[in-house]
Design a protein around this ligand. Structure first.
Ligand SMILES: [Zn+2]
Length: 152
């Protein structure tokens, strides 16, 4: 199928290293639609939607903010911490979307498993179903994320 000019422009943006070091696609050679479809299919098997996941991520980030940079107890199994940085990150999709450069770190206190996300990750997952390309610095593996933030 021929790609629309908008989709071509988006993919160019996502590959660009000017936005984030390494871009959003990493070393992934799949198209943006293929990446999104494959990750959403994984979520489907886990019985979670991208919207549910983004909501849960946002709740954890909001709770972690109260710690002002220290680890905060989220529940009996999880702790989270935020790291605020100056500057903004911009959603590469063609709509206004600017996010502060805040990172949330979440860990499972039993296993030590840890994942971090940016505010932009939450938006990309919730609005676009995009976990980023394999090899991208901010790629989040959907299965690991679901296992970490939900009790499944
Ligand atoms: Zn967006």
């Amino acid at each position: 199928m021929k790609k629309s000019p908008q989709k071509q422009k988006l993919e160019q943006m996502l590959h660009s290293s000017r936005i984030v070091a390494g871009g959003f696609m990493g070393t992934d050679t799949r198209s943006i639609d293929e990446i999104i479809d494959a990750d959403l299919a994984r979520l489907d098997r886990l019985g979670k939607t991208a919207t549910e996941i983004a909501q849960k991520m946002q709740q954890i980030t909001d709770a972690a903010c109260r710690g002002l940079g220290e680890w905060v107890k989220i529940d009996d199994r999880r702790q989270a911490m935020v790291d605020e940085a100056k500057g903004i990150m911009v959603c590469p999709w063609p709509h206004p979307g600017r996010f502060c450069k805040r990172l949330t770190f979440v860990k499972n206190v039993d296993t030590g498993t840890q994942i971090r996300w940016s505010d932009l990750n939450i938006h990309l997952i919730g609005e676009h179903g995009f976990f980023e390309g394999v090899g991208s610095e901010f790629r989040i593996e959907p299965i690991g994320l679901v296992e970490l933030i939900f009790d499944i």
